[in-house]
Write a protein that binds this ligand. Structure first.
Ligand code: URA
Length: 216
């Protein structure tokens, strides 16, 4: 897969045709719950491929059926994926398919419909998070408030690094996250035009949680 084309220093836009094609299918309002979920799963595997491109490797000695060789393996303790509930679950599943050894943390946040601020109701992380690299996942980086709140909590555990993976974002979401956490790299499949007054991304794909779980 090619590296993202339109990356700025901290925002990696994953322009791969497979990702873009699947995202377009997901945006369509007539996509069924089951096809939306399947496509999100597939896109998440491809996003996992991108976000792990710089994971440290080590040389190990192995025996093939024919001879001994030195081969590459991922070095040290693996990743922690942190899913922002509930929509993060949709990305988490696909990423775990390709990185099955990762640990998983969960942060439950809901968006106060009046203030659009993130309110926490759940937080559970692996004990050894300080020894690991963290990837926080949420399909939509919209106002940025949930992402900032989640990363505030994760940072307090002092992980080795933090990246953020979403499917869609917008200039407002990027600006908020960059202002509060300039060290966190963002991986996204699209940067849409803007937020509406209710904090939804335009043109977007609607409410990601509702579309994943069929709750609308
Ligand atoms: N969350 C969603 O699910 N969709 C948006 O457009 C913004 C936030």
């Amino acid at each position: 897969m090619s590296r993202p084309d339109n990356s700025t220093e901290h925002v990696h836009l994953v322009n791969h045709p497979l990702v873009q094609h699947k995202l377009t299918l997901m945006r369509r309002k007539d996509a069924s719950t089951s096809s939306f979920r399947t496509l999100l799963n597939e896109v998440s595997m491809l996003m996992a491929y991108e976000v792990t491109h710089d994971m440290p490797m080590q040389d190990v000695e192995i025996e093939t059926p024919l001879e001994t060789m030195t081969a590459k393996m991922i070095d040290g303790k693996k990743l922690v994926f942190v899913s922002i509930l509930r929509a993060g679950t949709g990305i988490l599943d696909g990423m775990l398919t390709v990185v099955p050894g990762a640990r998983v943390g969960h942060i439950g946040l809901y968006r106060d419909p009046k203030t659009l601020q993130a309110v926490e109701y759940y937080f559970k992380m692996p004990k050894d998070t300080a020894e690991r690299d963290v990837i926080v996942v949420d399909p939509m980086l919209a106002t940025g408030n949930s992402a900032v709140a989640a990363i505030d909590r994760v940072k307090a555990l002092k992980p080795k690094s933090i990246k953020f993976v979403c499917l869609l974002t917008c200039p407002e979401g990027i600006a908020t996250l960059r202002k509060m956490h300039p060290d966190v790299e963002i991986y996204t499949a699209a940067i849409d035009r803007q937020l509406n007054d209710h904090g939804y991304i335009l043109p977007g794909l609607g409410d990601a949680g509702d579309r994943i779980f069929g709750t609308q």
